[in-house]
Design a protein around this ligand. Sequence first.
Ligand code: UD1
Ligand code: MG
Length: 448
Amino acid sequence: MARRSFLAIILAAGEGTRMRSATPKVMHKVAGDPMLGHVIRAARGAGADRMAVVVGPGAGAVEAFVGRAAPEASVHVQAERLGTAHAVLAAKKAFAPEPDDVIVLYGDSPLMTAETLKALRRMLTKADLVVLGFTPADPAGYGRLLMDGRQLTAIREVKDATPEERAVRLCNAGVMAFRGSLLPMLRKIGNTNAKGEYYLTDLVELANRASKTVAVLEADPDEVAGVNDRAELAAAEASFQRGARAKAMADGATLIAPETVFFSFDTRIGRDVTVEPNVFFGTGVTIADGVTVKGFSHLEGATIGANAIVGPFSRLRPGAAIGEGAHVGNFVEIKNAGLDAGAKANHLAYIGDAHVGAGANIGAGVITCNYDGVFKHHTEIGAGAFIGTNSALIAPVTIGDGAYVGTGSVISQDVPAGDLAIARARQVNKPGYGAKLMAAKRAMKKGG
Ligand code: UD1
Ligand code: MG
């Protein structure tokens, strides 16, 4: 059988006024990615070979995001917000050549999975139109699904529903799949309803009138939750995190207190990893097998090699690459820097724009002075080097392999391999002067 062409239309033109935000609703993030990004991934994962995103006028940020997240997608502007059917028609340029299958998704439903979309699409072999339904705890403002046996006869928006129709618990989740041959029917949708909008949901009644088969697939209420305000955004986040924690554990990670660990949409975590309580994974983190991440650590854009130990209280910023078996301890910040295998920075250090060779030891309080107020500079620390406590390395600077930097040094020149560098004032002892000084001060305090 020839491959069926598949168009996904994502509606993202909503104003989202209840978010009370300068940011368009679909750009609000769940697990570090705009909601729209989640929906795009689901559509792509379901095998959409064409994607059309409908945005509101002046939504430059949304357009720019689509350009990055889905360069293959076409972007269409819905100039006026006249309803969901009107929004779909804004993407009419994407209707030709006529696709075999169409799916319409809402950009504010970030928990939608590719599996559900695939299941919807599979049903198109038997039905002409399939609507994703669910039974929410509170049907509130959702459209009600009116059934006649297994045939869906209509979707009734609450404002247009009779009391009997309102009593129906099965609701419209807002995802619809239909055969491309139904696309011309969208133009027949009118706007004679309580809101005076062109409702996409009216396609169901039109399809019934044309004797089409219209079916419902029932989804998990958690997966279809739409986000209209910040409380719902937090609920979507919580739901995502529950799933991510369960997946990390199913894949072989130990989370001591899963409810206190936060993942991003793209966190990759290996087997036999232990994550202690209160750890936050920002975007772009990859963790190899056997790693321990101790409590209260914050990681973002970091790669951790096998069996490394990070934390407690570590901060790994973008470009941190921690080698196999390396240790990064409390109050250590690492940015755009690689620590090779077995290197250690156990306490109170800042390593930025640097490379630390294998097995090197970074003492407490070591700072790479990478920024001169205008430019950033690189620090190179050789394998097996020892950087004594409280040293400042003024970049650009190179410490050779096996070199030793004495405690409290301010290093402004390169240190050749194997050398000892001491860059601090020489100590002076004045015999008996300590006691004398103390006595003089005490006398001063008494007012003598
Ligand atoms: C819609 C459904 C309802 C369903 C619910 C699920 C219709 C008529 N109703 O109601 O049956 O239970 O979703 O969440 O479809 N949008 C545009 N342009 C417009 C109007 C809307 O792009 O002119 C977009 C919005 O950004 C949003 C989506 O379409 O992503 C849904 O619109 P919204 O107004 O939120 O519809 P609901 O009242 O939630
Ligand atoms: Mg909505």
